[in-house]
Design a protein around this ligand. Sequence first.
Ligand code: UDP
Length: 498
Amino acid sequence: MAEAVEIRPHAIMIPAPYQGHINPLVDLALNLASRGFTITFVNTEFVHHLLSKSHKNTGTDEIDLFSEARKSGLDIRYTTFSDGFPLDFDRDANVVEFWEYLIQDFVVHVDELMGNIVKSCDYKPFLITDTFSSWHAEIANKYNMVNVSFWTQPALVFALDYHLDLLRKNGHFPLPKEKSEDTVTYVPGVELISTKDFMTFLHETDITVEHKLVFRAFEQIENTDFILLNTVQELEPETVPALNQILPTYAIGPVMNFSTRKIKISTTLTQQTECTEWLQSKPPASVLYISFGSFVHSTKQVIQEIAHGLLLADINFIWVVRTNVVIDSDATDVLPSGFEQKVKEKGLIVPWCDQDSVLSNPGIGGFLTHCGWNSVLEGAWHGVPMLCYPLLHDQPTNRKLVVDDWKIGINLCDGESVTRDEVAGKIKRLMCGEFREEIKKVSSVMRNSLDDGGSSEKNLERFVVDLRAKIHKVILNFALVFLMKLVVWKFFESTLRI
Ligand code: UDP
């Protein structure tokens, strides 16, 4: 008797073209490949260009992101495609135009890419894309592919986005000024949230490109076969089960560089400055690490207050001051004059670093963060308490989890504005060890979730089983339709011959 053929699932994985979205998707690719999947990972040419540029010091002109992974036996292919703009188009300065294009027209490029990949495959691949990819349902439908969506923010943000109609019905979206401190208790899976912790787009009355992105993402949700959440069930104990009841969600986080440490792949889009040697000269838990992530902008005034706060606190620090951290201002301009000279002994100012490596260093004792979700997960994983200064998007909502729910951090400022005295006071409080016990607990919950038998590991296994079953069903349906067509054709052929 013929043995049942075990199909090797083939995932086509396409991240949203941003650092905070690429990092976890690469990690997921490695994880799935190590479970026997074939992966075709696709970056835009622009992202590939940045990756290659930032790895120049490794002696390569064109980076092949997964060459190490392949050497260790994983089947990961890597390719690129155009996002519709020339390489020298400034996607940061023209973010609205760029995002509008991603929402409206990008699908044409994906379609062309997919046609080529599908043609060259032995059997049908399936799709894993960012939930914010506005084209995934259309493409999956056209190519009859199983469609997996990867959510790179907390379940709490997903729940609020998913229940936008409910927020609208209750007069909380768009959020009027007089309701800016309401307490919301009616969203399934969200016991209580203040409207001041809402994602920033919920406060806007005009429709922005971010609204369009969220609306499109959640229109497609019902046409998604599986939704992977980069969070940990135990850390969002009401929200994750509530989502599980209405959607095929799987909390598989934290999906980060270190979950598959055996193969270390650098996904940095900006050249990193080495910090290890400097850190090694500092006592344990004595250094504050400061970063506002890869994307959002701050103001010169805030940066200067933070700088003065650091001087007043007289603390060791590593500060990532991105070249574009303040729009229309050069990085060299944004710090107070003479600041770098004054902090020569205590401070290291860099344009970009290997954040994972910095946060894992025993010298680090606190993290002043904009609360991007990857940064929150990375800080918590490494047991580093956080000083929260959320700026945009999901960051205020992520702050609620860090400060109010998990109690592993504090706010940088309690009022509207950032002042140097408050900054200095908050830094001192953060670094004094008050959060040591709580952060240890959260870190070990995260680590346990990835161990054998841990919740995220079990959820990922469950996803793999469910996915295989779904792929088999799709193949079976395809074979049945083919067979039926053949029978009908044969019937007509023989009838006509008679
Ligand atoms: N990051 C880094 N070096 C830096 C600053 C940030 O490698 O100097 C990484 C960080 O580890 C994280 C990502 O960039 O994985 C930023 O993602 P996050 O969600 O925190 O913020 P976003 O950039 O999306 O606002």
